[in-house]
Design a protein around this ligand. Sequence first.
Ligand code: UGA
Length: 427
Amino acid sequence: MNLTVVGAGFVGLVTAAVFADFKNEVWVLDNDEGKIKKLSSGKIPFYEPGLKDLIIKNFKSGRLKFTTDYAQAIPNSEIIFICVGTPNKDGKIDLSYLYAATKAIAQNLKEPTIIAIKSTVPPGINQKLEKWMKKYTKGDFDLVSVPEFLSEGQAIENTLNPHRVVIGTEKRAVIKKLLKLHQSISGERLICDAVSAQMIKFAANTFLPLKISFANAIAILCDKFGAQADKVLKGLGMDKRIGDQFLGAGIGYGGSCFPKDLKTFIKLSSQVGYNFHLLKSAQKINDDQIDYFLKKLTYLIGGSLKGRRITVLGLTFKPKTSDIRESRAIAIIKELKKKGAKIHVCDPIAIPEAKKLITRVKFFENPYQALKGAEALLLVTEWEEYQKLNFQKIKKLMKKPLVIDGRNIYNREELEKLGFIYEGIGK
Ligand code: UGA
């Protein structure tokens, strides 16, 4: 099929690369000329395992093409995916990219076309968008919703083997065509109206952080009652009705999706007269988690952090990505700076990105160098290499053997045997 993907961000590029690999002809369209030029020379703007190879392979085969020109891509496309950002600015969802993209698509429509929104959008927006588009075209189009559920760091695997493919339209011919396009992709299918599809995305992206905040609240109580959070949460997750995923306690969730979608959904709920207390509490628990983590540090280091050398391991919002948006590391580093600590930060890939955001810290790619002379190790992102550190070696490097584990990945007994003071969250 002839496809266009509007928006060369994370979701757009993964979607385009996977569909091109299934032998579709795919245009990737983005207003950002610099980005399109880079992509055309094989440069991917972020790190995602496997994506670069997939893009280069399909670009070389001629099935994947990049453009900034709507007139080049839109007229021959049977299906257009909208994957533009819907950021939250000052508590308000910013739909300007969505309106700009739908206008430009409408102005260039020639044949009957399916326009599938993958971006996370307010439930019910399609009616407004249809009216908007009809101002710019007399052409025939179906505006539907096919929400995206992929996670950074495992995006290709998630796209090929999703838990579900949600198709939000009630028109049979459109359903048939979208099912055909997705035929090489596994996972259950759910067909529903577009508003429900859009609700599913918000419900998923707010339920998961709710689960994480619940796990964090339980972990705090484990600290207070003297229970083991890892065991408690494992026992909780063994109940199949609850499930064991997204019950990892630690310093809380970050990234470009959960914090934004929670904020947006709370706002959208209040606009229709519903006060979503439950989500507000999840947010509050997440916000407080950094303070809880740093209080442990302050207590164990013996009071003030002024002038103390602290090493932060991990900058990204989770492992296997170069993304530092809303990363807990940034918030932690800001707090440490306020308290006058001397900070070393370490990350395997995000340093170039972080340098644009963080100043007055020393950056290291090598954790052992970052830990020389440190009075505390703060584990913030559970990169694989930080899970396998040689603590015997680290013991000799650090000035004080203190480990505060923000992701509960280390073994207390082993570290204590080596002479470390170890503190996790609820352990
Ligand atoms: C999230 C959703 O998981 C995807 O389904 C969704 O498609 C995506 O947002 C999106 O809307 O585009 P992502 O933001 O890539 O994906 O990352 P997650 O793996 O969900 O992790 C989010 C945060 O939660 C990370 O900071 C992670 O460290 C934290 N987390 C995750 C925990 O603190 N505990 C856990 O048990 C799991």
